[in-house]
Design a protein around this ligand. Structure first.
Ligand code: SF4
Length: 385
């Protein structure tokens, strides 16, 4: 533990105020003789407070209707980085099209991308399919039942494996996501940055010791508390919280300042020009490479930098096209996790459907082509005109 503290101190020595409190936290937590507050005791009381509260009522969500592991897996993957309200329709539509694991394993990529279109982070969908193929090959299409097997699947990390195993099989496997970390940070008045892997690991280990028999309900209750009463980006609603009597953040008046996050790396910015090429009601699309950002999805042809009108025309010619008229130019931006695209859209009518593109009608784009949001915003502008 001393080694951990040395590393912690060195890494965050210039980040300011919370370091002292971090030290106090670690001492309280680890040096049994010096314990000022027994954090294990606080967590031990959690199930007794949370389960009755959860049992009295919670949000009715489609993926809570049963404990089918495929359904829980799909919902958990969709809910990563995405709001509950946005996921509802996607979840229902996805299951209607691909009702079981063999159907997911056998679907074609365009169908998969179309079902995911607009949700973002498309690698999640590709990993779902890859994992489904592994399940079919290795377990005959039956979802595996041990934490280790579930964790071995493509795209499934500790959180998702913990959620599936606890909710589907009542295993004592904590599902520690941002909601749960925010709750524990406030409950324990814990200033350790919640986005550090060591914090997540420590919280997972501590929660694993207090998991009750109703592991699924406990996981759901923790997530529910963090999504509703002790929510993000707003003051916690402590007046309605079942855990108020054990909450150090509430008692010490620090809950509103928690959780702490480590300083973020700056996002790289990149200028791009996007060509919305049309020819008599058809539009040029191409597939992105199979690896890297937005892998395998459809896109409008685009290139680095902001081309002026003359440069855009010359670029279209170099692509083997006969440009006729620039119809409009607009600017949009799109933010990914580590990069921001500053995009200039050039709407260009051309003389023939040439070049190495697929020329789709509007109806084909609507039905078949999954356009990620970065490019879809230019398409929506076109439909609005
Ligand atoms: S008492 Fe307040 S801060 Fe503590 S867990 Fe409940 S809502 Fe969050």
């Amino acid at each position: 533990m001393q080694a951990f503290f040395d590393k912690f101190t060195k890494k965050y020595s210039n980040t300011g105020g919370w370091l002292d409190r971090g030290f106090r936290y670690i001492v309280n937590y680890t040096q049994k003789g010096d314990i000022l507050v027994d954090y294990d005791k606080i967590l031990e009381r959690l199930p007794g407070l949370l389960l009755p509260w959860y049992g009295q009522g919670h949000r009715q969500l489609p993926w809570r209707a049963d404990r089918e592991p495929y359904h829980i897996w799909l919902s958990e993957v969709m809910l990563q980085q995405t709001r509950v309200e946005a996921v509802r329709d996607y979840y229902t539509r996805f299951l209607a099209a691909l009702p079981d694991i063999p159907a997911l394993a056998g679907c074609d990529d365009d169908t998969l991308h179309k079902l995911w279109e607009g949700l973002g982070y498309y690698s999640r969908a590709r990993n779902l399919k890859k994992a489904a193929q592994v399940i079919v090959e290795r377990w005959g299409g039956e979802f595996p039942e041990t934490y280790e097997d579930v964790l071995s699947l493509p795209g499934i990390g500790a959180y998702t494996a913990g959620a599936i195993c606890s909710i589907a099989y009542d295993l004592p496997t904590p599902a520690v996501d941002g909601n749960v970390l925010r709750v524990t940070s406030r409950l324990l008045d814990d200033p350790a940055p919640i986005d550090l892997p060591e914090t997540k690991k420590r919280v997972g280990e501590a929660l694993g010791k207090v998991y009750p028999k109703q592991a699924g309900d406990f996981s759901q209750a923790l997530i529910e508390l963090g999504a509703t009463v002790c929510g993000p980006n707003r003051a916690p609603d402590c007046g309605r919280c079942p855990c108020r009597e054990i909450c150090l953040g509430y008692q010490n008046g620090t809950a509103r300042q928690l959780p702490v996050k480590a300083p973020k790396r700056q996002r790289r910015e990149e200028d791009r020009t996007v060509l919305i090429l049309s020819c008599g009601g058809r539009y040029a699309l191409e597939k992105r490479p199979q690896r890297g950002l937005l892998a395998g999805l459809w896109q409008f042809p685009n290139t680095q930098g902001h081309l002026d009108t003359a440069q855009a025309l010359a670029y279209a010619q170099a692509l083997g096209l006969r440009p006729r008229e620039v119809r409009r130019e607009i600017f949009r931006k799109h933010i990914f996790t580590h990069i921001q695209w500053n995009m200039k859209g050039v709407y260009l009518e051309v003389g023939e459907t040439a070049g190495s593109f697929c020329w789709f009608t509007a109806e084909q784009i609507r039905r078949q082509a999954a356009l990620p949001t970065a490019f879809r915003q230019f398409w929506e502008e076109e439909r609005d005109v």
